[in-house]
Every structure is written in C-alpha cells, then in structure tokens.
Design a protein around this ligand. Structure first.
Ligand SMILES: Cc1ncc(COP(=O)(O)O)c(C=O)c1O
Ligand SMILES: N[C@@H](CCOP(=O)(O)O)C(=O)O
Length: 390
C-alpha cells in the first residue's frame, strides 16, 4: 500500500487504512503479474484475478454486468451512449465488486468481524459477503434515512444493523474509531482493498466495448468509486493495453455536493454540514475519498457537476421509460448531469459516454410509488376496460 500524499509504503498485510501522515492509501498493483485477458468474452470480475491483490476468494459471482447501448436516449441526445448496469450485481449494486475483494482480504488477515457505515448499499453488500464467508457483520446506518429494500437486505443476510442518530458522516466517524479500537475490519471505501474490486468496472468497460470511451459519467457520494474506476483505466494504460484514457465526470446531488461546489467555484474543498437529497445513496456531506476523487477528475481532464432532485427523478423516469432500465435515484444522477452539461455546452455531442448506473431501482420503491398515484380500480368487466382504452 502507498500513501497518495507522502508516498510512504506499507506492507499489504499491515492492518491499517491510512498513512501516519493522515493520507489515504492505495494498493500498488503488480502490473508484471497482470495478464492481457481482454478478448470481450466471459466477462466476470474474477476474470481479472491477476489484476487483484488477494488470493482467497469469497464470491457470489459478481461483475460481468451488462453494458447497454442506450439507443433511444442516444437519438434524443445526439451522443454515443452506454450504461454499465451495476444493478445487475448479486446484491444489486457495484459495492459487490468491492466486497468480494474486501471480505476475501478480511479472511486473509484472519479477521472474523467486519464493519461499515452505510447509506444502504454498502451495508447490503457487506452483509451478504460476510454471510457467505461465515463472519460477523456490523452495519451502522443513518436512522430513518435508508431505502427500504437495502434495509431489508442487510437484515435478512444476518448483519447486526445499528441505526445511528445522525447522518452517514456521523456513522462513518464511529466506524473508523471502532475499527481502530475494537478489532473489527472496516470495509468502507477508505479501505484500499475494497477499491481494487471496484476498479474492475474500468476493466470490464474496456473488455466489453473494445475501446476506451471518451467519458465515464457516474454519481459521487463517498467518492471511492470514481477513484477506483480511474485507477483501473490508468493501470490499463500503464500496462500498455490501451493508449487512451477517459474523462471522469462526477455527478453529485445539489443538496450534498461538496466536490461539485468547490470545483465550480474553484475554491478549496469544504464539507456540507447537513446533506439532503432524494438520492439517499449519495446523501454524504464529507466524502472520505475526496482527495482521490479530486485527483481523478483533475488528471483525467474531467469535471464535477451537481443536479437537483427534480432532475434526478426525471432522469430516473427517462432511463426506465425509454430504455427499460430501472435504477435507484443516485444512479440516475449521471444521466441528469450529462443532459445538463450537454445543454450548457460543457460536454460535446460528438463523443462517447458511459453512464455507470450504480444500483437497482427496486432497492428504493418508495421514491417511485410516492410520486405516482394509481387510478381508481375498475369493475372486472371488458366494458370497464374498454373505457380505459379509449
Ligand atoms: C447506488 C449508489 N450510487 C453511487 C454511490 C456513490 O459512490 P461513492 O461513494 O463511491 O462515490 C453510492 C454509494 O456511495 C451508491 O450506493
Ligand atoms: N453509498 C454508500 C456510502 C458508503 O460509501 P462507501 O463506498 O465508503 O462504502 C453506501 O451504500 O453505504
């Protein structure tokens, strides 16, 4: 592991999440060992085992998610458009990529208890992989602010669900302290091994497309995923497999947009005190990985943008009604952001875009059913239905 701030290196089996200087750590990949397996066939996360830093394998068959061409929206927007549908993972979000590697690492380190703070998906995923590994999971969630489907997942997979009076950022503070003092292995995205699993999104996009897209657009919450995907593309480049890199475009919700705010105002990063958005997955005011995310965007020549809750919900409806793709609100933020940036001219219509749709729509059914009212029931007759069809 290497510190992204001071460059100090640590052994991969040392139990630590940050450098002594306080900087975030990243795993240094042995690119000598990494194999060129990019033939577009049999895509699954563990196809890229030689790019990953673990030997054990706790797996639920994650990865290999579909890369859809969004042909209907493409016509409307005038761009080449794809969605990498991470909702197709075993627990319905990209977190499974991180957890298959992270929980495998926990076993390699001999840990029998794992912990995370979560807005929902991380807890669902950790709970499932801990169940598979036969170890105990503790998940701390902001009380009353987690989508129903995600809560149900964490409960049924057998995690100890601990509601916290406060938001995600408050819960994460407790988790960081607990991991330092109580002998539990932390599997939030500050853990660099978790991000190694998530970098496979980049490897799969390249494997499935056969080229590097001009832009990758994704939602940003705790800011781990954008950093991980960028690391994946950089490794492909450094290994000499690709000679292109994409621009990384990070989209936040207006009420929880510390990165987009600082980026646009060209000011230093400052946390948002009371984050609020309908996209509960990214209701995060103090993203732990912000320095990594900032670098990813800066190095790639990308940008951060924010979108309103209204824009997110409209984009969610568009993905479902035009493309048959039902995603949770956070996962619709990239389409909302892309539309906004094409409209303002900050992004070009002549380029290719991959939206990372990070979580399945069924995780948060209330957001949909609360927005739409069903018509009154009809009599069970053909006549009554004929009236409906008029
Ligand atoms: C569905 C979904 N999308 C996006 C994000 C944001 O990812 P990250 O925290 O890695 O920025 C999360 C969680 O944070 C999520 O659960
Ligand atoms: N949306 C996340 C927030 C936690 O992010 P992480 O990547 O640090 O685990 C969640 O699903 O809890």
């Amino acid at each position: 592991m290497r510190c992204i701030e001071c460059g100090r290196e640590y052994d991969e089996n040392e139990l630590r999440y940050r450098c002594d200087c306080g900087g975030l750590l990243e795993v240094v990949t042995d690119l000598e060992r990494a194999e060129d397996v990019f033939d577009g066939k049999n895509v699954t996360l563990w196809k890229y085992e030689s790019w990953l830093p673990v030997r054990k394998r706790v797996s639920l068959n994650e990865g290999g998610t579909p890369l859809y061409r969004l042909s209907n929206l493409e016509r409307e927007l005038g761009v080449e458009l794809y969605a990498k549908n991470e909702g197709a993972n075993p627990t319905g979000s990209f977190k499974d990529r991180g957890m298959t590697v992270g929980v495998s690492k926990a076993l390699e380190l001999g840990m029998d208890k794992v912990i995370c703070a979560s807005t929902g998906n991380t807890s669902a995923s950790l709970a499932a992989y801990a169940a598979k590994a036969g170890i105990k999971a503790y998940v701390l969630v902001p009380s009353g602010k987690i989508a129903l489907g995600k809560l149900a997942q964490a409960i049924i997979y057998g995690a100890r669900v601990v509601p916290v009076k406060g938001n995600f950022d408050d819960a994460l503070r407790v988790v960081v302290e607990a991991s330092a003092k109580l002998g539990v292995y932390m599997l939030n995205s500050i853990n660099p091994f978790r991000l190694e699993g998530q970098k496979t999104i980049a490897l799969e996009i390249y494997d499935q497309l056969g080229f590097v897209p001009d832009n990758v657009v994704l939602p940003v919450g705790n800011a781990g995923n954008i950093s991980a995907i960028w690391k994946g593309f950089k490794e492909l480049y450094e290994k000499g497999i690709t000679d292109e890199l994409p621009r990384m475009i990070g989209i936040q919700a207006e009420g929880a947009a510390p990165l987009a705010r600082a980026w646009k105002a060209k000011k230093p990063f400052e946390p948002v005190e009371n984050p609020e958005t309908v996209a509960t997955a990214i209701r995060i005011g103090n993203p732990a990985n912000w320095p990594k995310a900032w670098r990813a965007v800066e190095e790639s020549g990308g940008l951060f943008e924010s979108v309103s809750d209204g824009e997110i919900l409209r984009a969610q409806e568009l993905l479902a009604s035009r493309e048959g793709l039902f995603v949770e609100p956070a996962s619709a933020a990239p389409l909302a952001g892309l539309m906004k940036l094409l409209e303002s001219g900050e992004l070009d219509r002549g380029e290719s875009y991959v939206l990372v749709t990070t979580g399945h729509g069924l995780k948060d059914p209330n957001v949909v059913v609360n927005r739409f009212t069903l018509p009154k029931p009809i009599e069970p007759t053909l006549e009554a239905f004929r009236e409906v069809m008029k």
